[in-house]
Write a protein that binds this ligand. Structure first.
Ligand code: NAD
Length: 498
């Protein structure tokens, strides 16, 4: 049985609160470890450590800070396989998918290697008579990240890589369900040359989160998780004047136009709807075929594909997806399927009865597919976060465009079409933060920014890309005028006593 503590002051330390949470291995359903849950006092100890270390790190020139990040990228690549297996065994996703989780985080660490350039300020010569103006970006001090279970490598790296490169010290409060990889990443940062105290991992639950919210020395919080918690953190952080960005849940639609390449679209829906057991904030959970013929053609191809999904253990290289994260997650998804049936949707494929031979205690669920879902149903309005795809039939393009635009969530959306004009109109008009055109999961690359709209994102700056540098720094603007200097009335001959 593994025992996971916290990472404070450059090393793993044991928890002292006496409270722990079980860390499962979803593929077997067994408890594989206990993670410490921090008390307010333990969080405070981490903040004091970070606060003491931060000024020297901020004063380290940006090229040197970038070199630590470069070394970190190299070390994560060295340990890729080991980290991916650890991740898969705690989260449940398959090993190739776990590698994607690490890769998309690492790309943000690579972006942060450009910090000497990214942090450059502005300069205007002669803004007024004899007046110059310049701005500089300075780190905030101690900042915190609170992250979800579903990307235990990617999202912590999205947070700490830019924050630390900017010269801040970082407190990471990862999900208590899969804390192993965040702890390993912190160790690698130390091996890469990061001074002790700059990256701390405080494991915990609500008590640790509330301690972060109340701590006067934490200047900013980056949160990713479900919408109710995102909104709670955003409101509490605002009360104490902390800078805050909070990303929440999602209900991502894929619009399928009559001219779409149906084979490509079905491939995309299968991967984006059921990959990682649907536990992705950018998973497609609603498919919207436009017109009856499109819908019938789609269902004809989709049903056999959902029925033949290969569900396996997290370490089975041939599995399409593995188990869900916990037994509660399985029960929650099943209850949504029951709700959908009661609401009158047609369950075209029922994954509830799936059993994994030899792993009967694991948290598995087959793929489910609903047809004839309507927008008043709870299974349409709420995030299910499992391997369930809902098909909502639209009569025309305008009805299809209105569905994601009017939905409470606004994380990602995709359109499948061969027509450039339709795609262009859709990208311009849809009321959603990230748009894919024949791309099902439009997660922007590291040097662009990631963020949803409406109930999927609270705050005005996105994650990674240039916004992350703005979020983790404050701008100081200097207006300067120098009095006439020695050049006026300067003496050109050797001064002599008069
Ligand atoms: P969650 O909201 O349960 O937990 C997220 C974090 O908040 C964890 O660190 C957890 O310990 C903490 N937390 C949980 N309950 C809390 C409480 N009552 N008070 C204070 N803190 C609390 O989310 P999750 O189940 O870990 O992750 C899945 C959710 O995250 C889904 O809704 C998914 O869509 C969302 N998500 C969003 C994005 C995005 O970028 N928009 C990315 C990934 C995941």
């Amino acid at each position: 049985m593994r025992s996971i503590g916290h990472f404070i002051g450059g090393k793993e330390v044991k928890g002292t609160s006496g409270r722990t949470a079980d860390v499962f291995e979803p593929m077997t359903g067994e408890v594989q470890g206990k993670v410490a849950l921090a008390s307010k006092a333990e969080l405070r100890a981490a903040v004091e450590n970070a606060k003491a270390a931060q000024p020297e790190w901020a004063a380290t020139n940006p090229q040197r800070r970038a070199r630590v990040m470069m070394k970190f990228v190299e070390l994560v690549q060295r340990d890729y396989d080991k980290l991916a297996e650890l991740l898969a065994r705690e989260h449940g996703k398959t090993v190739p998918d776990a590698k994607g989780d690490i890769q998309r985080g690492l790309e943000v660490a690579e972006f942060a290697c450009g910090i000497p350039h990214l942090m450059k300020g502005e300069y205007t010569e002669g803004a007024g008579p004899g007046i110059d103006i310049y701005s500089m970006r300075q780190p905030l001090g101690v900042v915190a990240g609170i992250t979800p279970f579903n990307f235990p490598a990617m999202i912590p790296m999205w947070k700490f890589a830019p924050a630390i490169a900017c010269g801040n010290a970082f407190i990471l409060k990862p999900s208590e369900r899969d804390p192993g990889v965040p702890m390993a990443l912190a160790q690698l940062m130390i091996e890469a040359g990061l001074p002790a105290g700059i990256l701390n991992v405080v494991n915990g639950d609500k008590e640790a989160v509330d301690a972060i919210l109340d701590d006067p020395d934490i200047k900013a919080i980056g949160f990713v998780g479900s919408t109710p918690i995102a909104q709670y953190i955003y409101e509490r952080a605002a009360q104490t004047g902390k800078r805050c960005q909070c990303f929440g849940g999602a209900k991502n639609h894929a619009i399928i136009m009559p001219d779409a390449d149906m084979d490509q679209t079905v491939d995309a829906l299968i991967g984006a709807g059921y990959g990682s057991a649907g536990e992705r904030c950018m998973a497609v959970s609603v498919a919207v075929p436009v017109g009856k013929t499109t819908a019938d053609r789609l269902m004809e191809k989709l049903i056999p594909r959902v029925e033949s999904l290969k569900i396996g253990t997290s370490v089975d290289p041939s599995a399409d997806y593995g188990p869900l994260v916990t037994r509660e997650a399985v029960e929650k998804v099943k209850s949504y399927i029951d709700i959908g049936i009661k609401e009158g949707a047609k369950l075209a494929v029922d994954g509830r009865g799936f059993k994994m031979q030899g792993y009967e205690k694991g948290f598995y669920l087959g793929g489910s597919l609903f047809d004839n879902v309507t927008k008043d149903m709870r299974i349409y309005k709420e995030e299910i976060f499992g391997p369930v795809l809902s098909v909502v039939r639209a009569h025309d393009y305008h009805e299809a465009l209105a569905l994601p635009s009017d939905h409470d969530y606004g994380n990602g959306v995709a359109i499948f079409t061969r027509d450039g004009d339709t795609a262009r109109d859709f990208a311009a008009k849809v009321n959603v933060g990230m748009v894919g055109i024949n791309v099902p999961i439009p997660v922007p690359i590291a040097y662009y920014t990631f963020g949803g709209w409406k109930k999927s994102g609270f705050g005005d700056l996105n994650q990674h890309g240039p916004d992350s540098i703005r979020f983790y720094t404050k701008t100081k603007t200097v207006t300067s005028r120098w009095p006439s200097g020695v050049k006026d009335g300067a003496e050109f001959s050797i001064p002599t006593m008069k």
